[in-house]
Design a protein around this ligand. Structure first.
Ligand code: KG4
Ligand code: ZN
Length: 340
């Protein structure tokens, strides 16, 4: 089978063609970074309109690159949850129209579950059961992934997502959007021990939650103190900027790694799978690799190109098709996240 997968949950318009034995025939991603850059964050209305312009050309390119015709597609899959309502609607409507036109099965998938399943595509081996950590611009959640259809939330952020805190701290430091990559680059020249920023809940062994809003505020006070501040007019010397970036990054990494190790200990599950944009962070990858290896666990972190949003994560639809779990044209966009 050849499955066309469509992704439009946030600000990447993406399509891929994947076979039922998880061979990726094509993967096309149109990023909107340049549209949101001047706002230092994703503007939902701009994202939805850009999806509308890019969706069909991206699908066309994915089909062309796979070396097939649209009529060779055996099923159409789309991430219909969670995400920005307007953005989701574009992908869902395109997928429904195509499935109807081609008279092929339609499958809705959960974007977050897809981020974890990207590990199965990349490592070409079964990942279930596992502890799944999803760290992105909108989410930071730990799941007990029992099967491709059963993800039990164990904990997650009670406020900002990890990627969101990277984006906001980067903006305060005058670094370009998206903040994750630019902040990590800046942090390379910094001292991660220079500032001792808070690590919320890290020492609380009873919960698998994160909180990044207070950490972000602590960084803000270090940069500018309290009160109204025009961040654009602030002058921060390069070394201080790098030290703040490195110390902040280390605090986030300590929380993410600490809670993942706690999840492993609490559940006794030794296989960890990680996905989402923040999983591209080098300091995080190295720290988690070291700790999971020391604990004798098995770690699969999605490769860099599958960490940030893409349509290959729609491959989880193949599991649904094999189990007969297909949708009909009443499939709708479901923006909200189910929390633990
Ligand atoms: O998964 P993703 O592409 O989109 C969402 O579903 O949110 O994640 C985007 C997030 C952004 O907040 C971005 O700053 C962050 O991932 N990110 C990083 C890195 N690369 C991307 N954060 C830290 N370090 C990175 N290298
Ligand atoms: Zn994502």
């Amino acid at each position: 089978m050849k499955i066309l997968t469509i992704e439009s949950t946030c600000d990447e318009t993406a399509a891929a063609v994947i076979t039922d034995d998880l061979e990726v025939l094509s993967s096309v991603v149109a990023s909107q970074d340049e549209l949101h850059q001047r706002f230092a964050g994703v503007v939902p209305e701009i994202a939805a309109r850009a999806h509308l312009e890019r969706c069909l050309p991206v699908i066309d390119e994915a089909v062309r690159k796979a070396g097939i015709e649209l009529s060779d597609i055996d099923a159409v899959a789309v991430a219909n949850m969670p995400g920005l309502a307007g953005s989701l609607l574009v992908g869902v409507t395109a997928a429904k129209s195509l499935a109807w036109l081609l008279d092929k099965p339609l499958v809705g998938i959960n974007h977050l579950q897809g981020h974890i399943y990207a590990c199965q595509v990349a490592f070409k081996k079964p990942i279930f059961p596992c502890i799944g950590l999803i760290i992105s611009g909108g989410h930071s959640t730990i799941y007990h992934c029992k099967s491709p259809f059963d993800f039990e939330p164990l904990g997650g952020t009670i406020d900002d997502a990890a990627g969101e805190s990277f984006d906001k701290v980067a903006s305060m430091l005058g670094l370009p959007y998206p903040g994750g990559p630019s902040l990590s680059k800046c942090a390379l020249n910094g001292d991660p021990k220079k500032f001792s920023f808070p690590r919320p809940f890290l020492n609380d062994q009873s919960r698998l939650d994160f909180s990044f809003a207070g950490l972000k505020t602590a960084v803000r006070y270090e940069i500018a103190g309290p009160g109204a501040v025009d961040f654009k007019s602030l002058v921060i010397d390069d070394q201080r900027k790098a030290d703040i970036a490195a110390s902040f990054e280390q605090a986030v990494v300590d929380c993410l790694v600490g809670k993942t190790m706690l999840a492993m200990k609490k559940t006794g599950i030794e296989r960890i799978c990680v996905g989402g944009g923040v999983a591209a962070n080098r300091r995080f990858r190295t720290a988690l690799e070291e700790q999971v290896a020391a604990a004798g666990g098995e770690l699969m972190i999605a490769p860099m190109h599958l960490c940030t949003d893409n349509a290959v994560l729609g491959a989880i639809a193949i599991e649904k098709i094999k189990a007969g779990l297909v949708d009909d044209l009443s499939l709708d966009a479901v923006p909200g996240l189910i929390r633990s």
